[in-house]
Design a binder for this molecule. Structure first.
Ligand code: UFG
Length: 321
């Protein structure tokens, strides 16, 4: 089978590319290398292309036909919540415009199966213990909005062109499957803590007065390799016959507080870290934990790694750098 992976030189994409190659699949990576790295795509053919450029539809359709692609996985997008609030135009243009071009190219080249990176950010501030896919999305920032719009676009493309699509709503992704594929954009909790430790600073907790057992925000941290595996499960699902759902949460079903993550990093480093309590960060829900029921029952996927595995892999990836 041949899969075109758009954004395959980035953090999550490169993990999926490596798993596909390990399965013996033919992989073409399309990436503009704006945040990705050529070295991460070793073993796959790399086509340098910005999917938001004016001639992207023609160029992508050409590539899809030339390699005889059966499926596309689309990662290429901006993913920083704060940045999206500052520069919504960039998110509309690149995240939504990029996906529009990808879907138009797939339609033109008659590619049927598409897997799309969505996000738990579509849910906004849900006030529930476990977030199920049936919950009405209510994004509270442009990033989450572009992902929700993206899911609607997939549904439209299915109706218009007979495509089959899956959107995976990622919860908090962290860790590294291989040391050379670690997250290099330091903007999420685990890499931020590691950065602070390296710089000799205390990690800062954004608020300790939430309605949670230790007062700090709870998130569902999923290992990037588990997440990459979920993409493979989604592809297999699309290639099969029966497909009652098209949107899946990807998480572990277990929540960890900010303090628990800091403790886990301390354990992995063999030292005790002393966090500094800071102000709340606007827009943070107190608790965001994934219901994994749908993905377990429908795709047969479940996570295999816990918080300690995640943090240890992130630490080892840094030490191996
Ligand atoms: N946090 C701190 N200190 C820091 C950094 C983060 O206390 O220095 C806290 C945040 O307030 C939050 C938690 O750690 O409570 C996790 O924060 P991240 O910034 O790592 O992640 P978010 O939960 O804000 O968002 C991430 C992705 C989104 C995605 C979301 C889904 O960045 O794209 O997970 O759950 F939508």
């Amino acid at each position: 089978m041949t899969t075109l992976v758009i954004g395959g030189a980035g953090y999550i994409g490169s993990h999926v590319v490596r798993l596909l190659l390990k399965r013996g699949e033919h992989v073409i990576v399309v990436d503009d290398l704006s945040t990705g790295f050529r070295e991460r795509t070793e073993g796959a053919e790399l086509v340098e292309l910005d999917v938001t450029s004016p001639d992207a539809v023609d160029k992508l359709a050409f590539q899809l036909r030339a390699c005889g692609a059966d499926s596309v996985i689309h990662f290429a997008a901006h993913k920083q919540v704060g940045e999206s609030v500052q520069k919504p135009e960039m998110y509309w243009h690149d995240n939504i415009g990029g996906l529009a071009n990808v879907l138009a190219a797939c339609a033109s080249a008659e590619v049927r199966d598409v897997v799309f990176s969505s996000s738990a950010a579509v849910y906004g501030m849900p006030d529930v213990d476990l977030v199920t896919e049936d919950l009405q999305p209510q994004p509270i920032n442009p990033y989450g909005a572009t992902k929700y719009v993206g899911e609607w676009m997939l549904a439209d493309a299915e109706r218009a062109h007979g495509m089959r699509t899956v959107a995976l709503r990622y919860f908090n992704v962290a860790g590294a499957g291989w040391p050379d594929l670690a997250d290099t954009l330091v903007m999420n909790l685990v890499p931020i803590i590691l950065d602070a430790v390296e710089a000799g600073r205390d990690p800062i907790v954004f608020g300790d007065d939430y309605d949670t057992p230790d007062g700090t925000c709870i998130r569902d941290y999923v290992h990037v390799l588990d997440l990459a595996d979920a993409h493979i499960a989604a592809l297999d699902y699309l290639r099969g016959e029966d497909r009652p759902h098209r949107v899946f949460n990807v998480g572990t079903g277990t929540g960890s507080s900010v303090l628990e993550v800091i403790e886990a990093v301390g354990r992995a480093l063999g030292t005790e870290l002393t966090p500094t309590m800071g102000e709340r960060r606007p827009g943070d829900p107190a608790r965001l934990i994934c219901s994994t029921e749908r993905i377990e029952q429908t795709l047969g996927w479940s996570s295999s790694k816990d918080l300690d595995d995640i943090v240890r892999s992130a630490v080892e990836a840094r030490q191996g750098r």
